[in-house]
Write a protein that binds this ligand. Structure first.
Ligand SMILES: Nc1ncnc2c1ncn2[C@@H]1O[C@H](COP(=O)(O)OP(=O)(O)OP(=O)(O)O)[C@@H](O)[C@H]1O
Ligand SMILES: [Mg+2]
Length: 268
């Protein structure tokens, strides 16, 4: 059987739930496991781009025409927009602040839910990558619909907090709406992030999440770790910054679990 590309979005309209951190670090961990990975920064905040490149380079990408905004605006094949990261097996398509206007750009186009999917068609057909991971912004609109229509599965990072839990029901509803447009994507699982084991609330959140029938919760939980912020400050995934950091190990475990989930789904 030939190689197949699996595209996964990291989405949750709750801001600060750990989408970008999880997308960047699962992506890096998959590359460490020998998989070829393309990371796509779908957010005007450019945080995913900043996770791999220093600020000056990210601003250059944003100011130039090699970023996701231009590709989508011009409805171009994304192959020419791929930038090699400093790491083996890992490429990035950076974002731009102009992404703030993407909803407007999409508005007047035909088949507007499928623009990103079409931009990605050639890369997917080429099967160069094992995984394409897309970091979604904290919104629920036409652009996130585009992201969801372009992927096979969605991972929902949820912060172990009261409001973290509140946002999950919203996401289920939105995903149901998207399923009417395209049969995909499958909700792969919830990742609990920023768990503070000293707080009882985190345990309560976890129990509540495990009661949802629609989705399973990954058994790897990402705990609060200040090394994550230091790594981000240095434009690096946490493993590349400090390989014995607790969260580096957790993200490696999570990446293995993501692979298991993907393989299980493929067998069904
Ligand atoms: N495990 C962790 N331990 C400590 N800090 C974390 C952890 N995970 C994420 N953070 C911090 O929490 C903040 C939010 O994380 P992140 O940017 O990944 O969330 P997000 O869902 O992508 O946010 P947005 O909705 O704005 O895109 C960041 O400042 C990040 O450094
Ligand atoms: Mg983000």
């Amino acid at each position: 059987m030939g190689k197949k590309t699996t595209a996964i979005a990291f989405a949750n309209n709750k801001g600060g739930s750990g989408k970008t951190t999880t997308c960047a670090n699962v992506g890096y961990s998959l590359s460490l496991l020998g998989r070829k990975v393309l990371l796509i920064d779908g957010d005007m905040q450019m945080n995913l781009s900043l996770s791999f490149f220093p600020e000056e380079r990210v601003l250059d990408f944003a100011a130039g025409d090699k970023n996701l905004y231009y590709a989508v605006k011009k409805q171009e094949d994304l192959t020419d927009y791929v930038i090699a990261s400093p790491y083996t097996n890992l490429d990035v398509i950076p974002s731009s602040v102009l992404m703030s206007g993407i909803e407007y750009e999409l508005f007047a186009k035909g088949q507007r839910e499928f623009i990103l999917k079409n931009c990605l068609a050639k890369i997917r057909e080429s099967c160069v990558y094992d995984y394409i991971l897309i970091d979604a912004p904290p919104t629920l609109g036409g652009w996130v619909t585009n992201i969801l229509c372009a992927v096979d599965g969605v991972i929902l990072p949820v912060e172990a907090s009261p409001w973290g839990l509140f946002g999950v029901a919203n996401m289920f509803e939105f995903l149901d709406g998207v399923k009417k447009l395209a049969p995909k994507p499958a909700l792969l699982g919830i990742v609990v992030t920023k768990m503070d084991s000293r707080k009882n609330y985190g345990k309560q959140t976890l129990e509540a999440l495990r009661r949802f029938e629609e989705v399973s919760v990954f058994s790897t939980i990402i705990r609060v770790d200040s090394e994550i912020e230091w790594a981000q400050d240095n434009s690096k995934p946490v493993y590349a910054y400090k390989r014995n950091a607790r969260s580096a190990g957790e993200y490696l475990e999570l990446a293995k679990e993501v692979e298991e989930y993907v393989h299980r789904r493929r067998q069904h």
